[in-house]
Write a protein that binds this ligand. Structure first.
Ligand code: GLY
Length: 398
């Protein structure tokens, strides 16, 4: 439906000027109206996804006309139920809530998975949202507490970090993405009164602030510590263009992660860090004017390098929260978030209903160096787009 609106706008100079003058469409501010259409379209799309999805699988991407899926242990398994819950929250379509609960049943066993650092993504984006909508659900609370315990089991006090990827015994690999898993630990301290989760989160964030960031506040993807001494052994990339490049999603994870750190601790150093990261992203000469980043800020072949819609969605969601903590930058942050949401709402990025395997967004990049998931839909692109739109509606910014 929104696509028809955009087509109309493109076809009619009169409508363009009318829309620009009044910023109104159908009696509502333009972006709020677009967001309402986006949620309705998302409801329709996720019903397509539901139909295509094998009973015991989680969606990953859609490539070569095929829905690619995973089991519950894949790091993205929480995003599909989380997205269903965000759509349900706006549209109140019970079919989506039922599907979310069915998926939570499949995901539940991961609460005891100690072989991954991704439990924040997997469990907090899913069960965290489920608990938000059903705050007295004791079963969800217990699952989240167990998940936080599993995540905390990967903390090494000598290093001061949670281990991201298992590797050989002399390695201790930490990736910037891991900042996203800390929110679960803050929740666990509030839920249990046990401050050890909080302390692990703060220690991890401080160690990462010290070692992952360059002078310009861009971040390395991977830091390899000595697990015995905590010394840094290497700074490198896995999913970026080069060890010294600024992989777009890594910058987005850092921005979002330090914004959460400030929300949860009110320690100003995290707010400053988030503002510095935002400045690196927003002032970057390689950020296109539509604010949808290339997959790496230093990607070879810019301006013909693939874009990453997932990074854009994460940045929009983070900036909307950060705008509420940073008065002097609020105008700019909201303006960029609006540009991103508005551009992701256009047919260039938003799939027509019935296409794209049921995913909402096109054009994300999983891992270009591994030639995996390049220029495809990804579950986290959809999830953070839905979250950004939810946040925008809540802020009622225009
Ligand atoms: N490793 C998570 C990501 O691709 O962002």
């Amino acid at each position: 439906m929104l696509q028809q609106v955009y087509k109309l706008i493109l076809l009619s100079p009169f409508l363009i000027s009318a829309a620009c003058k009044s910023q109104q469409l159908g009696g509502k501010p333009f972006l709020q109206n677009a967001i309402s259409y986006n949620f309705k379209d998302a409801d329709a799309q996720y019903k397509v996804m539901m139909k295509n999805l094998p009973d015991d699988k989680f969606p990953k991407t859609f490539q070569n006309d095929t829905l690619r899926t995973s089991n519950s242990g894949w790091w993205c398994s929480g995003f599909y139920p989380g997205s269903l819950l965000y759509i349900y929250e706006q549209i109140k379509d019970a079919a989506l809530y039922d599907e979310a609960k069915r998926m939570l049943g499949l995901l539940e066993k991961e609460q005891f998975n100690t072989a991954t650092h991704d439990l924040g993504f997997m469990m907090y984006c899913s069960f965290g949202n489920a608990l938000r909508l059903d705050p007295n659900n004791e079963a969800y609370k217990q699952i989240l507490i167990n998940s936080a315990k599993s995540l905390a089991s990967r903390f090494n006090p000598k290093v001061g970090c949670i281990k991201s990827w298992d590797s050989k015994p002399s390695d201790f690999l930490v990736i910037i993405d891991n900042m996203m898993n800390l929110e679960l630990l803050f929740w666990a301290t509030k839920a249990t009164g046990d401050s050890s989760f909080y302390k692990i989160a703060v220690t991890h964030a401080n160690t990462t602030m010290k070692n992952h960031f360059r002078n310009d506040y861009s971040s390395y993807h991977v830091v390899n510590y000595d697990p015995e001494t905590g010394a840094v052994q290497q700074k490198k990339t896995a999913q970026g263009a080069a060890d010294n490049s600024a992989w777009a999603r890594g910058q987005a994870w850092g921005l979002y992660g330090y914004t959460v750190m400030y929300r949860e601790t009110k320690d100003k150093k995290y707010l400053e860090q988030a503002n510095h990261i935002a400045h690196f992203i927003l002032a970057n000469p390689n950020l296109p004017s539509d604010k949808i980043p290339y997959w790496d800020f230093d990607a070879p072949g810019i301006p013909n390098a693939p874009r990453d819609a997932s990074s854009a969605a994460i940045i929009a969601s983070a900036l909307l929260e950060l705008s509420t903590c940073s008065k002097e930058n609020a105008g700019n942050y909201v303006s960029v978030a609006k540009t991103i949401i508005s551009n992701l709402s256009k047919p260039e990025y938003k799939a027509a209903i019935g296409t794209n395997g049921g995913f909402i967004l096109k054009h994300s990049v999983g891992s270009l160096p591994a030639k995996s998931e390049v220029d495809v839909p990804l579950t986290y692109g959809d999830y953070y787009f839905l979250e950004a739109m939810t946040r925008y509606k809540e802020l009622a910014v225009q």
